[in-house]
Design a protein around this ligand. Structure first.
Ligand SMILES: Nc1ncnc2c1ncn2[C@@H]1O[C@H](COP(=O)(O)OP(=O)(O)OP(=O)(O)O)[C@@H](O)[C@H]1O
Ligand SMILES: [Mg+2]
Length: 261
């Protein structure tokens, strides 16, 4: 998705950028963690931030869906190496890494990356052990370097001693309304036939961008009767269709937050 299609993202990105204190002489912020439930927009936020600031670093890399790469490459027995290779590809344009052993690759990562001003985004960390195996010590990176981590689990950030822990927030109500209209009508406003239906959809989607996007796209070009039938379906059977898709996100909610839904 293009940044221009995102809604309400600018102030949040600016907030994160200022938390990173990129021009501070003190350089006391090395690791920034962003956490929040699935679908709230962590990856989106981190990638817009990355596009905005990466030019200020000597090298940068964005490892999207870290846990997928890690798991699909053998977990504890190769996962970290797969991520190391990605980091080297993105930062050094290093292509011929297959000739090295996992421990050699790990060594290359630390040797090459510790004397440049580096930005690393590790998106979607599921377990602290994944960070341990990656073996990148923030303290040994050159001054001015930054590591940004996104995760659904705040505790991982505490274990990693993140300097700042930022909680991703739900959308503002106006932004949620706008996003739904863009998805359902390809327009920033609803037309009068749907005026009463839109708030009902928003009630189901709450202020979660993933839910608003999925529901809005589902309703695109359906008529008011179909909207009504769809809404009744969601109401009566919260475990079907779209609701199921969204379930994994909702399952990640803390009990306190869950009560809101
Ligand atoms: N500000 C926004 N405006 C419009 N769409 C958004 C916005 N933020 C996120 N989205 C959309 O919502 C969906 C979920 O966002 P994203 O993948 O960033 O969530 P996430 O927090 O990383 O979820 P997960 O924990 O599952 O990785 C995506 O389709 C994204 O394009
Ligand atoms: Mg994500």
């Amino acid at each position: 998705m293009f940044a221009k299609d995102l809604i309400g993202i600018q102030p949040r990105v600016e907030e994160l950028e200022s938390l990173l204190k990129l021009n501070s002489k003190k350089d006391d912020i090395q690791v920034l963690g962003v956490w929040g439930m699935g679908g709230i927009g962590k990856t989106t936020l981190a990638s817009v931030l990355y596009d905005r600031i990466s030019y200020q670093f000597d090298a940068s890399c964005f490892i999207e869906n870290f846990s997928d790469i890690y798991r699909n490459s053998g977990g504890r027995y190769g996962g970290a190496t797969a991520v190391h290779k990605r980091i080297l590809c993105q930062t050094m344009e290093e292509k011929n890494l297959d000739v090295y052993s996992p421990s050699e690759i790990s060594g290359i990562v630390m040797n090459r990356l510790c004397d440049i001003k580096l930005l690393v985004v590790l998106d979607d960390i599921e377990e602290y052990e994944q960070l341990l195996e990656l073996n990148i010590d923030p303290k040994s990176l050159l001054a001015g370097s930054r590591i940004i981590i996104t995760t659904r689990d705040e505790h991982i950030l505490k274990q990693y001693d993140a300097d700042i822990i930022y909680k991703a927030r739900f959308m503002d109500e106006n932004d949620a309304h706008k996003l739904l209209c863009r998805k359902a009508f390809k327009n920033d406003h609803s037309n009068s036939i749907f005026q009463e239906l839109v708030p009902e959809v928003l009630k189901h989607a709450q202020l979660l961008p993933l839910a608003i996007g999925v529901m809005g796209s589902f309703l695109y070009r359906r008529d008011a009767m179909q909207w009504r039938a769809t809404l009744d379906g969601w109401q009566n059977n919260p475990n079907s269709g779209i609701m199921k898709v969204l379930q994994t996100s909702f399952e990640g909610l803390e009990q306190r937050e869950r009560e809101i839904f």
